[in-house]
Design a protein around this ligand. Structure first.
Ligand code: NAD
Length: 546
């Protein structure tokens, strides 16, 4: 392994590497053995990182786009140079397959940087305000997008490179400074990435890293951070939202999903079978937007699809991603495996049928086979909660309307898919689904198309990453308006009955129909003397000609 990806210390604070305190063991899910360790940041170190980020903020926010562009481009190139080393770390630390490291981590990460290199100046360009409506004529100004300040980022382990990059890059591109806490289950990958950021040359305090688990994340939410991008489970996301709200702050939340895949009667079942197995089993089923429920219109179609799904799922090679032909790696931990096995046992106890898999295999590591279940009851944990493993529950719906109701029947709303030979019809079904992303004849892969905003409804979160939206979420509009000196305004003091009548008539003149425009014009211009209180001309109360 190249030395660039190795570090002896765990926290990057104000440009310095400093050691953490409490030790965490890193257990490879592939073997179940310890492959390393790291020490978590102390609460004081979290405070120091946030302070450093605030101190670096004014200069970094004021820096020219060309300076930020240079740093981001350097980072991009370093990522490309070290992609294989990063992939090896991910394979050993979180159990990825070789293909998943490339398609879902490295490629989207580089795409993300390229996208914001291209889009940032245009999206954040100031808008000029010139000809204000009367009575504001003469004013001019602009609406600028300004960075928010020191931004906290907390990320999960399942796509440790691309998810972190999706939050960090728009934040930095927009001129914010960052304190990042990678997942405690992907800290070796996180520290390797942090080395690349340090090597790219970001000024001290602009990009800071604190390592550790939920306690360190909680310290970040309790800190003086301006806002937070949280990517992780719904339960933790709710705690983060409460902690941020307690001191008047908000957060972007990218949380769990329980994605439906709706298969219509006219679908290409061979395509749908491979799509279902990939959507449910890629990354060992540990994808927020993976296929979590297959809903098929018609009993005959459901049975035919189940047979094909079992065939495809049974052919997947399980093992370490060091073998590039491996299609399915282990679950992240022994606890994660026990949890999804309990989902299968619960679904079977409630009347579901296990058609393939469903047993913990012998041997080292935390592997679980692709598991196909039919007739999964809607009151099962597998239907109601987010399963995070290679499970493929299939249910038959009587009609398309029933299928849509079933799809929308959980509190999540991250992504969904519709499978049909009629894409136009698929689009119509998509409009009735409550999901941040809906694909027709594919599932979830807009993650790799950075133009597409990413996020969900309900318990799947709030706010968006990716796309121009991320830049807008991580900046705020600032309005600056200028006027000529020496002119009191007509709506300022003194007030009078004449001025009140004038403004009342102005409402009709500006916004009314033709008849009321004419009447108000007459009242204002043709017969001002009838207003008769000695202050008939409101303009006289001003000294200028506004
Ligand atoms: P997790 O919620 O256990 O942890 C995520 C991160 O939050 C970790 O860094 C963890 O240390 C931190 N954390 C946990 N509790 C915290 C607290 N109280 N305060 C602050 N930080 C806290 O999730 P995970 O197991 O790492 O990842 C899997 C989950 O993430 C799944 O639910 C998955 O659907 C979701 N996810 C969502 C998206 C998305 O884009 N919507 C993407 C990937 C993963």
């Amino acid at each position: 392994m190249s030395t660039i990806l190795r570090t002896e210390s765990e926290c990057l604070i104000n440009g310095e590497w400093v050691p953490g305190d409490e030790e965490f063991a890193v257990i490879s899910p592939v073997t179940g053995e310890k492959i390393g360790s790291f020490r978590a940041a102390t609460p004081e170190q979290v405070t120091a990182a946030v302070t450093a980020a605030w101190q670096a903020f004014p200069a970094y926010a004021a820096s020219l786009w060309t300076a930020r562009e240079r740093l981001l481009r350097r980072l991009r190139n370093l990522l490309l140079v070290h992609q294989d080393e990063l992939a090896d770390i991910m394979i050993d630390e979180v159990g990825k397959t070789r293909v998943d490291t490339v398609t879902a981590d490295i490629m989207p990460a580089v795409e993300t940087i390229d996208y914001y290199l291209r889009r940032t100046p245009a999206v954040l360009a100031p808008r000029t305000l010139r000809h204000f409506k009367p009575p504001l004529w003469g004013k001019w100004g602009r609406i600028e997008r300004v960075p928010l300040g020191a931004v906290g980022i907390i990320s999960p382990w399942n796509f440790p490179v691309s998810l972190a990059i999706a939050a960090i890059i728009p934040a930095l591109a927009a001129g914010n400074t960052v304190v990042w806490k990678p997942s405690e289950q992907a800290t070796l990958t996180g520290l390797a990435m942090a080395r690349l950021f340090a090597k790219a040359g970001f000024p001290p305090g602009v990009f800071n890293v604190v390592t550790g688990g939920p306690a360190v994340g909680a310290a970040l939410t309790a800190s003086d951070i301006e806002t937070l991008v949280f990517i992780g489970g719904t339960a933790a996301g709710m705690k983060v939202l409460q902690a941020m709200a307690a001191h008047g702050k908000t957060a972007i939340l990218e949380l769990g999903g329980n994605d439906p895949m709706i298969v219509l009667e006219d679908a290409d079942l061979d395509q749908a079978a491979v799509g279902a197995v990939w959507g449910a089993c890629a990354n060992a089923g540990q994808i927020c937007s993976g296929v979590k429920r297959v809903i098929v219109v018609g009993r005959k179609t459901a049975d035919a699809l189940a047979t094909k799904i079992v065939q495809v799922a049974s052919g997947l090679k399980m093992g370490s991603g060091r073998d590039p032909a491996v299609a399915i790696g282990p679950l992240i931990s022994a606890q994660a495996r026990e949890r999804i096995h309990a989902f299968v046992v619960d679904a079977a106890a409630r009347g579901g049928h296990v058609l393939a898999g469903g047993a913990i295999p012998p041997g080292p590591g935390f592997f679980y086979p692709p598991t196909v279940l039919a007739d999964v009851p809607v009151d099962s944990r597998l239907w109601q909660e987010e399963a995070f493993g290679p499970l493929i529950p299939i249910v038959a719906a009587e009609t398309e309307a029933n299928a849509i109701d079933l799809a929308n029947s959980t509190p999540f709303g991250l992504s969904a898919s519709v499978w049909t030979r009629d894409p136009e019809h698929g689009m119509a079904v998509a409009r009735r689904l409550r999901a941040g992303t809906v694909m027709i004849n594919d599932h979830s892969s807009t993650w790799g198309d950075i133009r597409c905003p990413w996020g969900g409804f309900g318990l799947s979160g709030q706010g968006r990453i990716h796309g121009d939206e991320a830049l807008l979420e991580l900046t705020a509009p600032q309005v600056v308006v200028a006027d000529k000196p020496g002119k009191p305004k007509m709506w300022w003091y003194p007030y009078s009955a004449g001025k009140a009548r004038f403004f009342r008539a102005s409402v009709d003149l500006l916004y009314g129909g033709l008849a009321s425009k004419a009447a108000s014009l007459a009242a204002l211009v043709l017969k001002p003397s009838r207003q008769g209180d000695g202050a008939t001309d409101p303009w006289k109360t001003t000294t200028g000609e506004d």
